[in-house]
Design a binder for this molecule. Structure first.
Ligand SMILES: Cc1cc2nc3c(=O)[nH]c(=O)nc-3n(C[C@H](O)[C@H](O)[C@H](O)COP(=O)(O)OP(=O)(O)OC[C@H]3O[C@@H](n4cnc5c(N)ncnc54)[C@H](O)[C@@H]3O)c2cc1C
Length: 506
């Protein structure tokens, strides 16, 4: 076999691409990963300004205590013992607040603790809070791979997948503030009251209630260790290799082409990129229009405008929790934000660095932003590999948004600005250009409780040797994508076989 012939070519070295490459290389397959950026990791990438490291897409991770699901999976990938992690506040890893109110309602780690902490604020709702935590755990048990179990996903004939998160929570607790508090971290999945399924809420929330952690010095360490281990299994990983198209033999792909004219022959292709970007590379005639339409017609989660602040030493405390703050009345409406009184919700977190001690070197503030706000600059492009200038108008737009956001955040954290050394920000365009996500969508395809199976994307495509992995199938987030990578790899090496290996390693 030459250095241009592989069993599997993986497009994209995001978390899912690296993990599927590791799993298949461990099974003796020859694997090549092609990544368009200089830095591996996709949304795990970090950037540095003013000698300060900023995460782009990971602020905290759950399920990392020994025996918990992500700990077990990351042990299989050989990285668990290498990660530098910091456990977040046991009695409130997330604090949720509303309007100008000063009360901060905690989401605590451990189910008993979660119930205990919230019941102090809503004693009359204790039974409902217990029912809510039981519902989350019941729902999580429905997903075998979430629990590393080798059983078939039960046929979803009942209504579980179709439970709407907002409605289901409202059926368990009455207090309007408590309803908002339980949905307080819905920014983790761009929760929308009209469609977000309860199962997404449950799978995401459960992982943090089990245990919540920050990556010390950034989430890119996950990609770094994973890439190292994947190469150690014999896989080749190329950065600065943008995939642009395919050669076909009959109905199957025979080779992958890159923008610099390289050709990689392969038996299988696994795409760790957004399905829309993948379909754009496949000419008409290879995929039926109905399948193309089915995928491209799906809604995507919204994007984010993120403000990154480099802080003066000793100016702002390191917070061992995240703040979710909303100014509107209903947390499930926050995605349809008010453009005039922007922002009407935000998530604020202080990354943990090995230097930070009692004080934060950095603050990250995330607010929703739809792509149409940056549409005037849609024809520009700017990444490290392909730098470009979006122009003064774009810079002015960013400055205005930064000001609006800091004005709102200072109401809760007075004097924050005086501690700032420098301000940086990114928009949905940054995510679109760096990650290739559709219109800078944060988490890819939006799951929909009103038509759940339509937004449940299987790893197999209509092209026999083309598979999907990553956040658009299964679920997003570090845990969701990790499970997706196992779902995809299992298609080639068998689920029982693979799960035995995963379980043996953990
Ligand atoms: C703002 C934000 C905050 C988040 N916060 C958290 C959090 O706190 N906790 C959590 O668990 N999750 C969080 N997530 C979600 C999590 O980061 C993602 O779900 C996950 O990292 C996605 O991984 P992926 O494998 O799907 O690939 P992606 O990260 O989407 O990577 C895809 C890769 O493919 C590459 N690529 C694209 N096109 C091509 C091409 N043509 N050729 C070659 N390569 C290509 C891209 O460069 C990229 O490296 C956050 C996401 C965002 C955006």
């Amino acid at each position: 076999m030459s250095d241009r012939d592989f069993d599997v070519v993986v497009i994209g070295a995001g978390l899912g691409g690296l993990e599927v490459a590791y799993a298949l290389a461990s099974e003796g397959m020859s694997v090549c990963v092609l990544e368009k950026n200089q830095q591996l990791g996709g949304s795990l990438q970090v950037f540095s300004r003013d000698k300060t490291i900023f995460d782009t897409g990971v602020h905290y991770i759950g399920g990392l205590c020994p025996g918990q699901n992500l700990h077990r999976y990351l042990s299989y990938f050989g990285i668990m013992d290498k990660l530098k992690l910091h456990r977040m506040d046991m009695d409130g890893y997330d604090l949720c607040s509303m309007g100008d109110g000063h009360t901060e309602y905690p989401h605590a780690q451990g189910y008993d603790n979660f119930v205990r902490q919230l019941s102090e604020y809503f004693p009359q709702e204790k039974a409902g809070i217990i029912q809510y935590t039981e519902e989350i755990q019941r729902m999580c048990r429905r997903f075998p791979l979430y629990n590393l179990e080798d059983r078939d996903t039960q046929e979803w004939k009942d209504d579980d997948l179709g439970l709407n998160a907002k409605d289901h929570i409202a059926s368990m607790v009455r207090h309007p503030v408590l309803r908002n508090v339980l949905g307080g971290s819905s920014g983790l999945y761009a929760g929308d009251g009209r469609c977000s399924p309860f199962y997404v809420h449950a799978l995401v929330t459960n992982t943090y209630i089990e245990s919540s952690w920050r990556c010390v010095d950034g989430g890119s360490q996950i990609a770094k260790h994973l890439a190292h281990n994947t190469r150690a299994k014999g896989a080749i990983i190329h950065s600065r290799k943008e995939v642009t198209g395919f050669d076909f033999e009959g109905t199957s792909i025979s080779a992958v082409r890159t923008s610099d004219g390289d050709v990689f022959n392969c038996k299988h292709v696994i795409a760790n990129i957004h399905p829309n970007a993948l379909l754009a590379m496949i000419g008409p005639g290879h995929i039926r229009p109905a399948y193309r339409h089915r995928l491209t017609a799906l809604r995507n989660t919204t994007g984010t405008f993120t403000v990154h602040l480099a802080m003066k030493p000793g100016a702002f405390p390191y917070l061992n929790h995240n703040h979710y703050h909303m100014l509107g009345h209903d947390v499930w409406d926050a995605v349809r934000y008010d453009r005039v009184n922007y922002p009407d919700s935000y998530m604020l977190s202080t990354p943990k660095s090995s230097k930070s001690g009692d004080y934060a070197d950095a603050i990250t503030i995330m607010c929703y932003m739809d792509f149409d706000e940056v549409a005037p600059w849609a024809n520009t492009h700017n990444t490290i590999v392909k730098p470009g200038d979006r122009g003064d108008g774009y810079e002015a737009f960013k400055r205005k948004k930064e000001e609006q956001i800091l004005n709102v955040v200072e109401r809760k954290f007075p004097g924050l600005r005086s501690g700032v050394r420098s301000i940086h920000s990114n928009t949905p365009l940054s995510f679109r250009d760096f990650i290739g996500s559709h219109e800078g969508s944060m988490y890819g395809i939006m799951k929909d409780a009103s038509d759940p199976l339509r937004t449940f994307i299987p790893p197999r495509t209509k092209i026999p040797n083309l598979l999907l992995t990553g956040q658009n199938i299964n679920l997003h987030g570090i845990l969701g994508v990790t499970v997706s990578s196992i779902v995809t790899a299992a298609e080639l090496v068998g689920k029982s076989h693979l799960l035995k290996k995963v379980r043996a390693a953990s």
